[in-house]
Design a protein around this ligand. Structure first.
Ligand code: AHR
Length: 520
């Protein structure tokens, strides 16, 4: 046994010792302040992200009209339907890092005349540009979602970006609108969300915050709003803990931006990310600890924004988030294809609960990414057999649908917590509540414990709910996942463990489970 293995066993034993008191007490209390709802949970918190990366676009969303895989004008029918069912509110494209290498003119016009490109960021894969602006914006129309375009600041010119906006949203009496019509689309599209660069501190140009702020102001000047289309301008924001970036942009760009982004990935160690479906209990809790640290990050960025924008005119967009594990064996390096298990579903539930809480400032979040990349909603067979599977994370997004556009309700929560080997606490319970348009309440409860059920007493003063119906996502093991042979191993089931009496709710949560209830 190696020295490292000895250390790991010692750490695991310490974790069990530290968690002993926690394992005994299984009661938790939640009080929902149903009369104190102020802020709407923007549906865009449930946003998705589609980058030209691995098989997210090619093979995932798009197979082309000649494919034997059933498709509608080149879009995979199975994936299309799954995304329609998910009610995707907004889709970010074309990157990510790819965005700052992308030249939109290469992706318009007859497909046979489009030049190929080498995807320099992601494995050097050669793409034929058959999925471009028309294909993306038509997809958004088919899904009924808002497009969110990331413009190229890193290697593109101001003119190129300005013309892209005119091409997409200008009328046919503009030069670019005319070109669009020649390419088959007379009516301008509506494009609301526009990102001026991506990760400008890294793959988007390696800039300083000061320099980027000036660059933003310059590019932004020439992005003209076209008739009937107002761009919502999003500045390329910080990587997780880089608070200085946000402060600089807030001071130097200020109200010229509508929002600034932040990226937060649940990764403990970038040099040793770990396997998606094989981990120790210790690694499970350390992952949850890292995931929950997003609250510190979001709160701190919000505080900095409050210093110069107390009225909250400028929004914070977590436009990339999710788990990031080692790539699956046998897949192409740089394509970021990873499996997705119950642990990922737990991460998704916990993150969404945090975003709800800061919904007065956090107006959008985009999980990375929608198909076949990182914490995906959908995985398609990489051998091209045409099989598709919905991940546990997909199921969380579906179970949480009622939160879209509901009014967030503050709550108090008392529960045990586990202290990790790094000395941080992981609460045994995470909860979020909101009031839906029809007046009913939606409540999510996540029992983070691997091995103990938990009884939760929920008080909702002033509300006389008489029914509590809902769904549960759990499985035998936190490592359980869906694959093409077992597509329904981890799948939501009707939940029978909730009882309501005189507005008092009691919920029995199995270990490692996520429950979403509708209270009427
Ligand atoms: O989502 C994968 C990559 O992560 C994106 O391209 C980039 O913006 C981030 O670093």
């Amino acid at each position: 046994m190696t020295y490292m293995n000895h250390i790991r066993i010692l750490l695991a034993a310490l974790l069990v010792l530290l968690s002993a008191p926690f394992l005994q007490a299984q009661e938790a209390e939640v009080t929902i302040h149903a009369d104190q709802g102020k802020s709407k949970i923007n549906k865009e918190i449930y946003g998705q992200f589609a980058e030209h990366l691995g098989s997210c676009i090619y093979g995932g969303l798009w197979v082309g009209t000649d494919s034997p895989i059933p498709n509608q004008r080149g879009y995979r029918l199975d994936v299309l339907q799954a995304l329609r069912d998910l009610k995707v509110p907004v889709l970010r494209w074309p990157g990510g890092c790819f965005a700052d290498d992308y030249h939109w003119r290469d992706g318009i016009g007859p497909k046979s005349e489009r030049p190929s490109l080498r995807n320099n960021n992601w494995g050097g894969t050669v793409e034929d540009n058959s999925f471009g602006t028309h294909e993306f914006l038509n997809l958004c129309e088919m899904l009924g979602c808002e497009p969110y375009i990331s413009g190229n600041v890193g290697s593109g010119t101001v003119q190129e970006m300005a013309q892209w906006v005119e091409y997409m949203t200008g009328t046919t009496d503009t030069p670019m609108g005319k070109l669009r019509a020649q390419n088959g689309r007379e009516l301008p599209w509506r494009v609301k969300y526009f990102g001026i660069g991506n990760e400008a501190w890294g793959c988007g140009g390696n800039m300083t915050a000061d320099y980027y702020s000036d660059v933003f102001r310059r590019y932004n000047t020439y992005l003209r709003d076209q008739p009937g289309n107002r761009l919502y301008r999003i500045a390329s924001g910080a990587s997780d803990y880089d608070y200085k970036w946000t402060r600089t942009c807030m001071q130097k760009i200020g109200r010229k931006m509508d929002a600034i982004s932040v990226h937060y990935y649940t990764v403990k160690d970038w040099n040793n990310k770990g396997k998606a479906t094989a981990f120790t209990p210790e690694e499970y809790y350390l992952t949850l600890e890292k995931c929950l640290d997003v609250e510190t990050v979001v709160r701190r960025h919000c505080q900095i924004m409050d210093e110069t924008d107390p009225q909250k005119h400028i929004a914070l967009m977590v436009d990339e988030w999710g788990t990031w594990w080692d790539e699956e064996e046998g897949t192409i390096r740089g394509h970021l294809y990873q499996q997705n298990c119950l642990r990922d579903a737990m991460v998704a539930a916990l993150m969404l609960n945090v975003f709800h809480k800061y919904t007065d400032r956090v107006k959008m979040a985009n999980i990375a990414q929608v198909v076949n990349v990182l914490q995906a909603m959908i995985l398609t067979d990489q051998k091209g057999t045409g099989h598709m599977v919905l991940t546990p994370t997909y199921h969380i997004f579906q179970m949480y649908q009622g939160f879209q556009e509901a009014t967030h309700l503050p709550l108090d929560l008392q529960c045990d917590s586990l202290t990790t080997t790094e000395g941080k606490k992981v609460p045994a319970l995470s909860a979020s509540a909101a009031r839906q348009a029809d007046g009913s309440l939606i409540l999510s409860l996540a029992n983070t414990q691997l091995d103990k059920e938990q009884t939760v007493s929920v008080s909702i003063p002033g509300t006389e709910a008489t029914t509590a119906e809902g769904t549960i996502l759990t499985s035998q093991k936190a490592e359980d996942y869906n694959d093409f042979e077992h597509p329904d191993r981890v799948k939501p089931q009707p939940f029978k463990g909730a009882k309501v009496r005189k507005g008092q709710l009691t919920v029995k949560l199995p270990a490692k489970s996520i429950v979403v209830l509708n209270l009427k």
